[in-house]
Design a protein around this ligand. Structure first.
Ligand SMILES: Cc1cc2nc3c(=O)[nH]c(=O)nc-3n(C[C@H](O)[C@H](O)[C@H](O)COP(=O)(O)OP(=O)(O)OC[C@H]3O[C@@H](n4cnc5c(N)ncnc54)[C@H](O)[C@@H]3O)c2cc1C
Length: 427
């Protein structure tokens, strides 16, 4: 295909096909590969500025696997600007505090309270809202905007970047369609086709152990006084425990455990082993009811660049990390919002196109400093084997929680507010 050829077809929501041969510049839609939470939030942020947006999602439905839930204050501020936060609070749970526990003694070590941030943000709490609810809320909003389309069962199979536009090949089952856009956002997850098509390295490593998520309605707050977000330190088997609302609002607890390297799926997921893990964590009479059991590979990786020409990577396509601290999706939403702002300024001709270089210049270091570093440190803290270092870590947490200034500084960082407030201005 020669550079400058701008042809292609896209399906409007009514099913009608529109030829884009005559479209130029800002008239061409912005294309988004991936209808996960980052892709649809990016789409909403762009569509609300009046731009034509098309999202292509490989799956035929929103993925409901238990992954992200914790949404931090900095992200709530952004989602409020997109008109999503009230519904997230309605469909999720508000958690003002989080706790560190010593698993072996089953004693709480320290509690942190976002209320110390009440002069820093209108949202001095996190919202535990499952990521599929956020994705569905954003898609509901997109469905009523005439300039936005979300296509399911539409896998982006190939991309071809040009100087003044991008073309993608979309596998929509019956046939391959070629679509032409002004920009392409690759929000197609950790195995990103877009990132691979551009030959961008995904630098970092994969942990030898996997993370097991067991979901139960058993009420750890009523029985053991656990808060809605608890981190249990243990040299042999740390645990993260979270409460989410669940689809019916009745409340579910997700317990996240590391598996042993090389442990087979059948061994980890069978009923006896699941019950054994939960009973060892908090013994109780009778078996635990378990509604979901999910295993995840876990990585710390960052793309060598987040942008090439008119193609950008956002969310897990650009960076992946262990989920301790609940930062991956939050950072992905920040990518989506920042990128949408930059593209908007260029398409409205408020800034020259080279302002888009700020996206990689800002987002990549932010991910490394605030997400990679914190999540690696969080995991180390929970699995510390040296008894003196463990006790010193506990003491530091207690001292930090007891001192209001240190408490606030700690939360400004863990909540990503610091990463947003420290952002340099565009020019
Ligand atoms: C157990 C666990 C707990 C977590 N908890 C948290 C948390 O509390 N807070 C937090 O911030 N983060 C958390 N995370 C991380 C979070 O789940 C991810 O960061 C988040 O899913 C990233 O969203 P995304 O939209 O970038 O990617 P995804 O959610 O992976 O979505 C990508 C989408 O792209 C689609 N796709 C893939 N390839 C193509 C293609 N070629 N064409 C079209 N579509 C395609 C996929 O079907 C998918 O729907 C957790 C992760 C795990 C595993």
């Amino acid at each position: 295909m020669r550079a400058g050829a701008s042809w292609g077809w896209s399906r409007r929501s009514g099913g009608e096909l529109t030829n884009q041969r005559t479209m130029t510049g800002a008239e061409r839609p912005i294309l988004i590969a991936g209808g996960g939470p980052v892709g649809v939030v990016a789409a909403l942020a762009l569509a609300r500025q009046g731009f034509e947006v098309r999202v292509f999602e490989a799956d035929d439905h929103v993925n409901e696997a238990p992954r992200a839930a914790t949404t931090h204050p900095a992200t709530l501020e952004m989602l409020a600007d997109l008109g999503l936060v009230d519904d997230m609070i309605r469909r999720g749970l508000v958690a003002r505090t989080f706790q560190f526990w010593d698993r072996s003694s089953r004693q709480m070590v320290a509690e942190f309270d976002h209320d110390v941030l009440k002069d820093d943000t209108p949202y001095p709490f996190v919202v535990q809202c499952e990521q599929h609810k956020l994705a569905s809320l954003a898609i509901e909003r997109l469905r009523v905007l005439p300039n936005a389309q979300v296509h399911f069962s539409a896998r982006v199979a190939a991309i071809e970047p040009f100087d003044d536009h991008v073309e993608i090949a979309v596998d929509a089952g019956a046939r391959m369609q070629s679509i032409c856009g002004s920009y392409l956002i690759g929000a197609d997850g950790g195995r990103s086709t877009v990132r691979k098509a551009l030959g961008i390295d995904f630098e970092g490593y994969t942990f030898p152990e996997r993370f097991l998520v067991l979901t139960t309605p058993f009420d750890f707050a009523a029985e053991y006084g656990c808060g809605f977000r608890c981190y249990f330190s243990d040299p042999d088997e740390w645990v993260n425990l979270f409460k989410v609302a669940g689809n019916d609002g009745g409340g579910l607890w997700r317990a996240v455990f590391p598996t042993l390297p090389g442990e087979a799926d059948e061994h980890v997921l069978n009923e006896e082993s699941v019950q054994h893990r939960l009973q060892r964590f908090f013994p109780k009479p009778g078996p635990y009811p378990v509604v979901h059991r999910n295993l995840y590979n876990v990585h710390q990786r960052v793309a060598a660049t987040f942008a090439r020409g008119r193609v950008f990577l956002a969310g897990d396509a650009a960076h992946v990390n262990n989920p301790i601290g609940g930062l991956g999706l939050n950072c992905g939403i920040h990518d989506a919002v920042e990128l949408s702002g930059l593209i908007g300024r260029v398409l409205r001709q408020e800034e020259p196109e080279d302002v888009l270089a700020l996206y990689d210049r800002r987002r990549r270091p932010v991910n490394i400093e605030y997400v990679q570093q914190q999540t690696i440190a969080n995991k180390k803290r929970l699995e510390e084997r040296d008894p003196d270092a463990r006790q010193a870590g506990f003491e530091l947490l207690r001292r930090t929680a007891a001192d209001r200034t240190a408490h606030r500084a700690f939360l400004l960082r863990t909540s990503l507010l610091e990463s947003v407030r420290n952002r340099p201005s565009p020019s």
